[in-house]
Design a protein around this ligand. Sequence first.
Ligand SMILES: [Zn+2]
Length: 713
Amino acid sequence: MDQNPNRYTITAALPYTNGPVHIGHLAGVYVPADIYARYQRLQNKDVAFICGSDEHGVAITLKAKKEGITPQEVVDKYHTIIKKSFEDFGISFDNYSRTSAEIHHKTASEFFKKMYDAGQFIEEITEQLFDEEANQFLADRFVIGTCPKCGHEEAYGDQCENCGTSLNATDLINPRSVISGNKPVLKKTKHWFLPLDRYEDFLREWILVDHKKDWKTNVLGQCKSWIDDGLRPRAVTRDLDWGIPVPVEGADGKVLYVWFDAPIGYISSTKEWAAREDKNWEDYWKDKNTKLLHFIGKDNIVFHCIIFPAMLKAEGSYILPENVPANEFLNLEGNKISTSKNWAVWLHEYLEDFPNQQDVLRYTLTANAPETKDNDFTWADFQARNNNELVAIFGNFINRVMVLTDKYYEEIIPEPATLSEIDEQTLNELKAYPTVIASSIERYRFREAQAELMNVARLGNKYLADEEPWKTIKTDEERTKTVMYIALQIASALAILSEPFLPFTSEKLKNMLNVRSSPSTALRTGSVETSLGWNDVSSKSELLKPGHKINKAELLFSKIEDEQVEKQLDKLKQTKMDNSTNNNEIASAKNSQVTPQKETIQYDDFAKLDMRVGTIIEAEKMPKADKLLVLKVDTGLDVRTIVSGIAESFKPEEIIGKKVTVLANLAPRKLRGVESQGMILMTENTEGKLVFVNPDTSAPLSANGVENGATIN
Ligand SMILES: [Zn+2]
């Protein structure tokens, strides 16, 4: 295979349209794919960067049912949101289609038919649950019943969410239909299967031998384990009314399985684009000189490395992917990103809080890209990356260059004098970067590539710091001109080389320097004379000629303040509290073991309690007792010893000086030989954490001032 072809078909995983996209999607798939596509375009390659919404499948129909709308309304809603998020973040798809589009139905249908006619499927009659009232077969998720394993009464037909067991709908005790609530009956149904076992030898050879060296180890590892486990026939059709009808006789009420139609979406999206751009789509899918690449997350490896290639091979006229550079997962603040728990940074929400700061997120996500293992996104790191790298290194360099050029030369590139050894050395270093960065990108190492990009800005900063043009301007005008000329060459190299990573910044910087990239990726037209390509940075003796007029500076990056980060952390904290409240509600609704309320007492009983506000003045651990602290508490009456069972929640040194509510007239009792003279009131907060019942003031609490619901510890 040609290692440096001229045509690239680059696909990014089709997002499933049952929710918006978040930073995990961006980091895992769309930013790396976009860096790659933008880079290849700058290399003057013929690129088709293809994506679209994945709009079929039972999960969509369930969501629609839940929300009381049609599946089409569900996919319309999320298709619009997702498409806009990609546009907002500069993901430069050449085409973004959707699998509900007519061209896709036609393409997937024909793909199936060709395989069917060639005898590539096996037919099998199985018994499946059928709802007689609704007159339809029930997908696994449409059946609920009692789990045979744990007795949970609301287990789904594919899994019990209580004990986690994978199930078949027919395993459920007392199954009932989600649609009608009736007991479903078993009914025979015919389906078509892709006999993956027939492709085992081909897959083993193609992946584990031919691509042993150039595919990522995480991808090879997953493929090997799937193949070694033995591949089995997989149903390509199912009984459902949302999807692409199976185009053969006797298949009424059946559609193509979503896993079968979705990857064909890459092909139909390419067709849609080619028709619009007057190109031949087959060049991008059937010419062996085209390099086909699938950018995906690790949950999609089996579909893109095993199943889709088997389909392409079976169909017979398509090329196979040259690489599938799948990423691992991104976590958020130490926890797995979860749509259902709302534990995510949603792209459309990010832009509300950080308008026009797309590149900061792109930068942070690439710097922490989960390329070889799962990685963590934290807001503290986001702030540090922005303030210490984008602002302090990249932004600082460009700002100095722009300000000084304006101040000394009224925005005209000065004529250099003879170059010094340092100047020559700096320019030589600069010329090495396009190759260095390219080599990392070509190997899908985007973190490494972006780190090298920042080294270009570092080179510029160091050069200015060493040559100090703000000092030499007073003593040596000619030297100053040379230094600023060199610094401007570095700035224009940054404008070009940053384009794949920081497209918005690159665009601003090109505007400021009055250049454009070649081949042009900008929408803007006008009288820009200087166009620069990726390789010009290495090959041209100068990028900006003396006499070239640049424009006014714009701010590239701005500092992110602590308050902005705290706001994001508060949002997540709130999410956590909401989740734990929900869980508690669910737990109390389901769990009959919740302690019932105690017997009612009269006011006189309550009035007997003598509550005081005290201050903890000493605290130490009770020897040989994990849970107990021995406290000395100043109650205002006296200083007394209280033994409290809070050692697992508080360290002694943390609570000295703390104001607490004390039940002062509790009969003394001995705990581990120490007499406890009273009790500290404690309760649990919404996160289930033990907290003090805090007095607001230093005044002694009146008897009715005790917080409701407080439990006495
Ligand atoms: Zn169970």
